[in-house]
Design a protein around this ligand. Structure first.
Ligand SMILES: [Zn+2]
Length: 257
């Protein structure tokens, strides 16, 4: 049987946020500000729906006073996806804006890199201030409880999880970040999440300023560029341009491929 082709959607669930430009382009434009959004991604095809990242839980969004926040459940409804019925959720990494909404997907199998899970859930260093600032203890406890159940798949390195859907270990931003290589009508596309905050990083090699391992990050850029059929098919995690340059299919939802 032929490998299915998939469509990829970006769904904005919060933002815009004004940030120092140097937060998203490391040590560049130190005196400027820029805007970013928070997204989740949906991949559809071959009779399957795969959600990439969970967004932020409503309670935490309130605590952090997230501008423009909409519950990811409501955003998914705009393209007729019922979060309660979703069976596959790829958690790219364990930062709060990507993982804390994990309980919104009560029937999903969660795919996370084993390295990422072990660090955030078990390593005492993850409890230190710079790490605590970027994660969510509530979401992490939910994830920890799934260990040993069918609902949590700990991935070691690169792995195909469905025909035409491959997870790629892509460290740098975090110790075990993963991206998703997707077979589309235009070739292999990459749902890159925070392998870069912005499209420009994949051309300039300048990552964001939230770095665990810069050397690993450079290798990740090489790996992603080699895997994608075109640099235009590599999608970053926070770029406002995601919403601007692609066909709009619902409010704050665009079809990337
Ligand atoms: Zn992020």
């Amino acid at each position: 049987m032929a490998t299915p082709t998939y469509e990829i959607y970006a769904l904005k669930y919060a933002g815009p946020f004004v940030r120092p430009a140097s937060m998203v382009t490391w040590f560049q434009d130190m005196d400027k500000t820029t805007k970013i959004n928070y997204y989740i991604f949906a991949i559809r095809g071959g009779g399957e729906t795969i959600i990439v990242d969970c967004g932020c839980a409503p309670k935490l969004a309130q605590d952090r006073n997230l501008n423009g926040y909409v519950n990811p459940i409501e955003v998914l409804k705009r393209i007729d996806i019922d979060a309660r019925k979703v069976r596959h959720v790829v958690a790219t990494h364990i930062h709060f804006d990507h993982i804390s909404g994990v309980a919104l997907f009560p029937r999903a199998t969660i795919y996370v890199q084993e390295k990422e899970f072990l660090f955030w859930i078990k390593n005492p260093i993850a409890k230190r201030a710079p790490f605590m600032h970027t994660t969510d203890p509530v979401g992490n406890r939910y994830l920890a409880k799934l260990e040993g159940t069918k609902r949590l798949k700990l991935i070691r390195g690169d792995k195909k999880i469905l025909p035409g859907i491959e997870l790629l270990l892509a460290p740098g931003h975090t110790i075990g970040l993963q991206v998703v290589a997707v077979n589309t009508g235009r070739g292999t596309a990459i749902v890159g999440s925070d392998a870069a905050h912005l499209f420009s990083s994949f051309r300039t090699d300048i990552p964001s300023a939230i770095i665990t391992d810069m050397i690993a990050w450079m290798k990740t850029f090489d790996k992603i560029r080699a895997k994608a059929s075109s640099i235009d098919l590599i999608f970053p995690g926070h770029d406002p341009a995601l919403l601007i340059h692609y066909p709009k299919v619902a409010e704050d939802v665009v079809q990337l491929v």
